[in-house]
Write a protein that binds this ligand. Structure first.
Ligand code: NAP
Length: 473
């Protein structure tokens, strides 16, 4: 660090730290915070989330029966407890703070907003009641406030899950596994009740390509085969065709071995079944008196495109799967932020190595604006993939920091300016200490039932719990 002279660049004097706003308190946001804290610099970071609870996808996306994955929150908690970091939960960009506010209050702004919505199939009937996106279903069973009270009546016997990525595996597993397996997790209470009463017996997983192109990872596929009282059904003929396709990568090889073992095991008379259907694409969700009367699917064959990528092509041969509910697990999309560029085709904030640019393919960088995570690269990768991704963006920020001019209004860069503005606007923000109180409350409620936590699922419920908290909180 250079000498502490009054004209030293921003971040090189303790009285003028680099002021950064991170919009979104999920994994990519917290990995960016951690990378900033590790830099040899004076930094002061404010993390905003529109929900009172931090941790984004870890709290609201990771399946309740994957509790171990949630241990990564310890890393994020360590960053959040650092005195250089403040958490502002229940503060929404666009509602409580504008882009202009952020650029006035901070030297640099990082968008870490993830991918909040789902991709669409674009077929008739997609919006019928009983046709759900995995975004909705996953958020609901994880107790996300936006989906509390959502209606997922699982009184159908046959359900289709479209897609064969890990989200599809999560959905199929949660639908098929005995609800009592989830009773000891942090699944939302309301979802647990519905899953306990579920009449689902058959879950149909639909892959538009073959088993060798399945996006799910081997541990998740293996887990399906290990569920109690669930048969996983794979047609051996589907594997023979795939075997003729030639060389496979490691994931495909492992998946194929698992599919092979499942095909050999066959049906064992379990209470529930997961059926894998390969080389099929939905073409219509069939309406039946306002409900779903089935899912029309078309058989595909595979063709390699010019780049050698194996693509599905419809054959015109269709049939109807007799399902009464459909979950589309075909990938997530980011949502545009007010006044921030958005690439509608890719569903991301256009950027170059994390620096926001004016439009997809543009080289015109928007100074002082950055992006990380799924909003940067699209919805792929495991939670840990966000670490190097966020580091790349932070490296760009640190590079740019060296030539940051002083702010037009230096007083606005003081931490107190943020709280003053939020207070003036009547925003009820949730601090990290507040969150720790809510966290302790959830864990205590869970302990009474032998569960890791019982989630507070409504924003009002969380705020009321804080209102009722002892004064020292
Ligand atoms: P994903 O891995 O990209 O899988 C999406 C699936 O949807 C693919 O099978 C894809 O088929 C299919 N699909 C896309 N468009 C389709 C269409 N129009 N019609 C039919 N099928 C279509 O996405 P994801 O499952 O949402 O997962 C997102 C990321 O989170 C992944 O990196 C995943 O590994 C990760 N994740 C990890 C875990 C875990 O570790 N347990 C859990 C959940 C999610 P094609 O392959 O043919 O495109």
């Amino acid at each position: 660090m250079s000498e502490l002279t009054s004209d030293a660049p921003i971040g090189e004097r303790p009285d003028r730290p680099l002021r950064v706003a991170v919009i979104g308190a999920g994994p990519s946001g917290f990995y960016a915070v951690a990378a900033l804290l590790d830099a040899d610099l004076h930094v002061s970071v404010d993390v905003f989330d529109r929900l009172p609870a931090p941790y984004g996808l870890v709290r609201y996306g990771v399946a309740p029966d994957h509790q171990k994955i949630k241990n990564v929150c310890r890393v994020f908690e360590k960053a959040a407890r650092d005195p250089r970091v403040r958490f502002f939960g229940n503060v929404e960009m666009g509602r409580d703070l504008s882009r202009d506010d952020l650029l006035r209050l901070y030297d640099q702004v990082v968008y870490a907003v993830g991918a909040q919505t789902d991709r669409r199939l674009g077929i008739p009937g997609e919006d019928l009641p009983g046709s759900w996106s995995s975004t909705e279903f996953v958020a609901w069973y994880n107790g996300h406030p936006d989906f509390a009270g959502a209606d997922f009546p699982l009184h159908h016997r046959q359900v289709a899950v479209v897609g064969i990525g890990n989200v599809a595996m999560d959905c199929a597993r949660v639908l098929a596994r005995p609800a009592e397996d989830l009773a000891a997790t942090d699944v939302a209470d309301e979802a647990l009740e519905v899953l306990r009463a579920s009449r689902v017996t058959d879950v149909h997983v639909l892959a538009r390509r073959g088993p060798a192109q399945a996006k799910c990872t081997p541990p998740e596929l293996k887990e399906l085969g290990e569920l109690d009282d669930v048969d996983v059904l794979v047609d051996p003929a589907d594997l023979e065709d795939a075997a003729a396709e030639g060389e496979l990568d490691r994931q495909a090889e492992k998946n194929m071995a698992l599919f092979q073992a499942l095909a050999e095991r066959g049906e064992r008379g379990s209470r529930r079944r997961i059926h894998f259907h390969f080389l099929v694409s939905p073409t219509e969700v069939i309406a039946d008196d306002g409900a779903i009367g089935g899912l029309r699917v078309e058989r595909n064959r595979l063709l390699a495109d010019a780049a050698g990528r194996v693509r599905p092509r419809g054959t015109g041969d269709t049939f109807v799967l007799p399902v009464s509910a459909v979950i589309r697990a075909i990938g997530y999309r980011s949502v545009a932020l007010p006044d921030v560029p958005f690439d509608d085709r890719q569903g991301v904030i256009p950027n170059r190595d994390g620096r926001v640019v004016e439009a997809a393919g543009s080289t015109a960088v928007r100074p002082r604006e950055y992006v990380v995570g799924w909003a940067k690269r699209g919805p792929s990768g495991l939670i840990g993939s966000n670490k190097p991704d966020s580091q790349q963006t932070v490296d760009a920020m640190l590079e740019d920091r060296k030539s940051l001019p002083p702010a037009a209004d230096e007083a606005a860069r003081r931490p107190a300016a943020v709280t003053a503005l939020l207070a003036e606007r009547g925003v009820r923000w949730v601090t990290f200490a507040d969150w720790q109180h809510l966290d302790a409350l959830e864990v205590a409620r869970g302990a009474e039932q032998g569960r890791p936590r019982v989630k507070l699922c409504l924003v009002d419920e969380m705020l009321a719990a804080l209102d009722a908290a002892p004064a020292e909180v």
